[in-house]
Structure formats: structure tokens, C-alpha cells
Design a protein around this ligand. Structure first.
Ligand SMILES: *[C@@H]1O[C@H](CO)[C@@H](O)[C@H](O)[C@H]1NC(C)=O
Length: 228
């Protein structure tokens, strides 16, 4: 017992000594690893691997703002919002867990603050205010009512004024003009689904703010065609 304790003390001393022998400060700063409670977001590069598996999950661990509830007066530029709806599926439900699944998968975006290597950009450091608004409340019992909930929840966010005023065109330097029907700059809303049905209420909402729009559809196979 006494021998093993002595061995442990020796080992501890050896570790302390070796730590002093190498000047780690030149290689990795001592404060490199930040803990979640020290982290500030959006993506300020102060968050390291710890945060991927610790802490509360929001999209990319962005601040949670209850945009449809008590924080409705908080302005933002880009919002992530979930639409956990899947009762429009004919065969395999489960997409109602999509928003939560996407959020869980997006946790790694906190590593290096969300820097995109191929594109050489960090969208979280664009200077815009980016938040996670949580989910639109969606009933699983009545599809018609659920579509109304999604449309109205989306509309409510989309028609607000954005936090940051519209800047200048990076090419011409001229001030950008809003393309909305009311001539105001509105925030961008990224909706996490949800089955394909949610596209309909979202298009209705976007139409209400911008008029007729075009849709670019990315899919491994086209699920949305005419029933005939
Ligand atoms: C946009 O351009 C105007 C001049 O047209 C300039 O006064 C203003 O500072 C610019 N704004 C930004 C955000 O660069």
C-alpha cells in the first residue's frame, strides 16, 4: 500500500516535471479548450470539441430565442425554425423527429465556429444575428389545421423587420433594395422539416411577403408530382 502510494507520488511528480520541460504554450495555448459555460455564440471560435457532446441542443448551438412566444420582440436576421409534421406521409412517418435530428446532427458546427473549409467562409461570422427559434407548434391530429399552424408561424417570423439593415452590393457598392412587396427588409427563415407537405404552407407564407417566387428543388428523387 505504502509502496504504491509512493509510486503514485513519484509518477505525479514526473508528470509535473515533464509538463515544465516542454513549452506547450508555443504549440497549443493553455486556454485552447473552452468549456461550454465560457462559450459565447455565434461562432466566435472559442468553442472546441467539448461543446459537441455537452450542453443543450439548438441548431449549431445558436442561441434559443422563443420567437413565437415570450421573445417575440427580439429581432434577428436569420432564424432556424422547426416544423415537426409528418402526418402527410403515405408510407413511412417519422419526419416529425426531423427538426430534433437535424439539431443533434448540427452540433458539430460549433467546432471551429462553423468554418466551411471548401468555401473558406464562416457563415456564423457574417455579422448577422442568427438564432434558433425552436419549433412551430404543429398538431399531429388534424392535417388541415397543422398546415394553417405552419403557415401562420412562418408568416409571423417572415413579416418582421430584420435586425441588421440591408447593406451594399459587394460588386457595385450600391445600396441593396429589399425585394419584398412592402419594400422593407425582412429576416430569412430556414425551416427544418417535416415531410414534403410543409412546403405548401411555407410557399404560401413566402408568397404573402414577396409575391410569386420560383422553387429550386434538391432531392435524390422527385416525390412531388401530380397525382395523375
Ligand atoms: C453603403 O454605401 C454608402 C454610400 O453609398 C455608405 O455611406 C455606407 O457606409 C455603406 N454602408 C455599408 C454598410 O458599407
Amino acid at each position: 500500500m505504502r509502496t504504491s502510494l509512493a509510486a503514485l507520488v513519484t509518477l505525479a511528480l514526473a508528470l509535473v516535471v515533464s509538463a515544465h520541460e516542454h513549452d506547450h504554450e508555443d504549440q497549443i495555448p493553455f486556454n485552447y479548450v473552452k468549456y461550454p459555460y465560457q462559450a459565447t455564440y455565434p461562432g466566435d471560435n472559442e468553442v472546441t470539441a467539448d461543446s459537441i457532446f455537452a450542453g443543450i441542443t439548438t441548431f449549431a448551438k445558436l442561441p434559443w430565442v422563443q420567437c413565437l412566444g415570450r421573445d417575440r420582440d427580439t429581432a434577428f436576421d436569420i432564424a432556424f425554425i422547426g416544423a415537426p409534421f409528418d402526418t402527410g406521409t403515405s408510407y413511412r412517418p417519422g419526419a416529425r423527429f426531423g427538426p430534433a435530428g437535424i439539431r443533434a446532427g448540427s452540433r458539430r458546427l460549433t467546432l471551429y465556429g462553423g468554418y466551411n473549409v471548401p468555401l473558406e467562409v464562416n457563415p456564423f461570422l457574417s455579422g448577422l444575428k442568427i438564432v434558433d427559434c425552436g419549433d412551430i407548434p404543429v398538431t399531429p391530429y388534424d392535417n388541415k389545421y397543422a398546415l394553417k399552424q405552419i403557415e401562420e408561424g412562418h408568416k409571423e417570423l417572415l413579416h418582421r423587420r430584420s435586425y441588421t439593415p440591408l447593406g451594399n452590393d459587394t460588386l457595385t457598392g450600391r445600396p441593396l433594395a429589399p425585394i419584398s412587396l412592402d419594400g422593407k427588409n425582412h429576416p430569412r427563415v430556414v425551416t427544418l422539416g417535416g415531410d414534403h407537405t410543409i412546403v405548401l404552407p411555407l410557399l404560401r407564407s413566402i408568397y404573402s411577403a414577396y409575391g410569386p417566387i420560383s422553387v429550386i428543388h434538391f432531392d435524390s428523387h422527385l416525390d412531388t408530382w401530380k397525382p395523375s
